[in-house]
Design a protein around this ligand. Sequence first.
Ligand code: GLV
Ligand code: MN
Ligand code: MN
Length: 416
Amino acid sequence: MTAAGITAPVNGDRLWRSLMEMAEIGATPGGGVGRIALTDLDKAGRDLFARWCKDAGLAVRIDRMGNIIGRRAGADDDAPPVVTGSHLDSQPLGGKFDGAYGVLAGLEVVRALNDAGVTTRAPLEIINWTDEEGVRFAAGVVASGVYAGRFDLDYGRNLPDREGTTTMARELARIGYDGKAPCGGYPISAFFEAHIEQGPVLEREGAVIGAVLGAQGQRCYAVTVTGEEGHAGTLPMALRRDAMVGAARMIDGLNRLAFEFDPVPVLTTGYVQVRPNSRNTVPGRVAFSIDVRHPDDAVLADICLRAETLCRTIAEGAGLQVQVTETSARDSIAFDPGCIDAVRVAARRQGLACRDIHSGAGHDACNLARCAPTGMIFVPCKDGISHNEREATAPEDLAAGCQVLLEVMIARAGIA
Ligand code: GLV
Ligand code: MN
Ligand code: MN
């Protein structure tokens, strides 16, 4: 130990510089990042991360889901590794920190241990999980789900994009990340993920570290409303089977439905596709997404049942057809008490204000919790804004979260 509960000091400036350099890949005019999974920009971000891992002395492997794993040998290299990581892919108009922070904080842990000449007993692994966000493909967090045994490898590799024009495996091959290493299937000692909170709690309460207790349940649906195309000038209103009007009523109805529950779930339609999407044609088909989340799994199941009934009732009343397909479902999860406590202890030893917190967002850690003791470290996020180009976190808070990550990983891995 050096000062104030610190084993090896992380370099906050180096972490910040790495985050800013990564954010140049897919930089958006509004100051954010658009680096959607398995695009050429994602490839560029991956290439940079893989190069940084090699420069830091890590052995890099790519697994069957394209996860990039940088491994730092331990003195007892057969011991199960202590693993960290997050995701370099982003929302179309995302921020610089959602995901990238957890990946590059892991890298900074390794760089700091290298600087201090610390060898751990157990090996360490830093992972960039493929496609956490689920923007382009039908569901997110699938690659960590395969790793953790939640999904079959074939399901993950054959996952189609929304347009049904390609698959995860084809896109991995196209960008050169269709790896040969097995995806998961080996014991790990623990998984820790550092992430910005993406909500307002830590900032509002003046805390620097959130010890994450767990995450709420989530279900996603693809809804397709089918009517019939017609001429906007000649088809009388009473004769129309307008898929857009049906979809609009459903979306409004779903929003109202949410407010009938206590606590109110979060329910979002963020994706809409209209066919043929022409000013003067009555829309014949509209596809839209539903993302609904609630901390109580029984309440979530009830909301979903009522949401589906609502869509069917509206379709029937308007002479439309509707297909509602579940695209992903995850129950609420609780993280490992020992990992949660390790975060609290590390924060306390560094004199950092820490509070327990629940995650509204989903994370790869939610999958890892199925196969290993898992914990998360949250740092504040300005005004609680995320999935937004304006997403911001103070460099000193990022450094503090990274130092806590280092300490919990070392506590688990042991020093040789
Ligand atoms: C991940 O960004 C999520 O949807 O929670
Ligand atoms: Mn994220
Ligand atoms: Mn996100």
